[in-house]
Design a protein around this ligand. Structure first.
Ligand code: NZQ
Ligand code: ZN
Length: 388
């Protein structure tokens, strides 16, 4: 196991009706002037936004509002949020929504305490500080409610890029599984695929002797495989929603990734897809992950065979472990297909003729992508081709 630091200071508040504690929590974490940030209307329609505003008002907290975050959140609204926050002396950003809303809130939190262009941080500038962010999660997927990451798409060139730092971990996150019940099945399925991908990016590693995190990864994957079909057939299954909600958090706050190298090439390749076609992140991952697995399999056939046996219940073929490994990948594809997810370019609406563009916008040049196998531009071209 490698040396590591792990700092995960987020205060999690889990369960039914816990959003009514928002005002109290903002106070506890030092907020006095709040910017409430939300998406394209689901939280207005559900009445959640009104409940949150009431809770803030009851606690005597002043707030401004900025809605309109879209999936694959854009830079334009972030600039607007930063302007409001600076003009109004906002000291706390409250995200009410899914990963896109939370990521946009984190970007505003970064930009408010910075005199330059917030995009600098998404181009590699070192992050030092950000306003505190609180979240009320309505979609189990991205894990941004506990993660140090934020992903924004810049409208100039539609470049989708990430920034990461511990200061971006939310001060608090309210997780009420009931809020996820109205989700359309497609979004629920995208969420399950994204959570699984967060675990698998960590699972496929060259680091040896990481039994504890291997087993945590396998446990999270098995739970998602068990619970996701339940919510697909019964969206109001509270316990299944609750299990998935916590799985999404532990899948990405790095509990299961510490002490080991993780990969992230599939995520980076997916970000090019959702940058170009504006597809849902989880759907793009459902297409890219199996292609990546098939391409890098030879790096460690036994690790893939372990994945097949422990996660998918395949029988180990000691004479031919590659056969077992391939069965595991096939079972993964069958599972995500059973959730209604695409597994090939055409099902996603992506086109083979755009592969040169996808490779170019990834901007690798002479650099490489990923760590399990360090992929060159030529490698990622071949992986995109495998996904066609
Ligand atoms: O905008 P509204 O009206 O709220 O509708 C949203 C949106 O259309 C809807 N929705 C959310 N909660 C709902 C609901 N509809 C009905 N009922 C509810 N309770 O769902 C749609 C998708 O929402 P979005 O926030 O875009 O989805 P998700 O949570 O999957 O976030 C995806 C974004 O997160 C990034 C992705 O790249 C993508 O941009 N990621 C962020 C990460 C991080 N910060 O650590 C890591 C991830 O790997 C990922 O890259
Ligand atoms: Zn993801």
């Amino acid at each position: 196991m490698n040396n590591f630091n792990f700092y995960s200071p987020t205060f999690f508040v889990f369960g039914k009706e816990r959003e009514n504690e928002t005002g109290k929590l903002v106070k506890r974490f030092g907020g006095t002037k709040v910017l409430i940030h939300y998406g394209s209307g689901s939280v207005v329609k559900s009445g959640l936004l009104d409940r949150v505003k009431k809770s803030l008002s009851d606690a005597g907290i002043w707030f401004a509002e900025l809605g309109g975050v879209v999936p694959n959140p854009r830079s334009g609204l972030v600039y607007k949020g930063i302007e409001i926050s600076k003009n109004e002396n906002i000291d706390f950003i409250l995200a009410v929504g899914g990963g896109s809303v939370i990521d946009s809130a984190k970007a505003i939190a970064l930009g408010t305490l910075y005199d330059g262009d917030f995009w600098d941080f998404y181009c590699g500038k070192r992050i030092e500080k950000a306003l505190p962010v609180g979240t009320i999660l309505t979609l189990t997927a991205a894990g941004s409610e506990g993660s140090m990451g934020t992903v924004i798409t810049h409208e100039n060139g539609m470049l989708k890029r990430a920034a990461n730092h511990d200061v971006l971990r939310p001060a608090f996150s309210i997780l009420n599984p009931e809020l996820t019940c109205p989700l359309p099945p497609y979004q629920t399925a995208c969420g399950a695929v994204d959570m699984m991908a967060h675990v698998m990016e960590r699972y496929f590693t060259n680091t040896q002797n990481v039994e504890i995190t291997d087993r945590l990864c396998e446990g999270i994957l098995l739970s998602i495989i068990n619970e996701a079909p339940k919510v697909m057939s019964n969206p109001d299954d509270y316990d299944a929603r609750a299990n998935l909600m916590w799985a999404g958090m532990v899948a990405h706050n790095d509990t299961c990734g510490v002490g080991r190298e993780s990969d992230w090439a599939s995520h980076q390749m997916e970000h090019e897809l959702s940058g170009l076609y504006d597809v849902a992140h989880g759907a793009g991952l459902a297409v890219m992950f199996p292609a990546w697995m098939k391409y890098v399999l030879q790096q460690d056939v036994m690790r893939f065979a372990q994945f097949a046996v422990r996660v998918w219940g395949c029988e180990m073929d000691f004479q031919n472990p590659e056969k077992t490994a391939l069965q595991g990948i096939e079972r993964y594809e069958q599972f995500v297909s059973s959730l209604g997810m695409p597994i090939r370019f055409a099902q996603l609406g992506a086109k083979a003729e755009d592969i040169p563009t996808l490779v170019k916008t990834a901007g690798l040049g002479e650099n490489t992508m990923g760590s399990f196998v360090k992929l060159t531009e030529e490698d990622i071209r071949k992986i995109y081709e495998l996904a066609v």
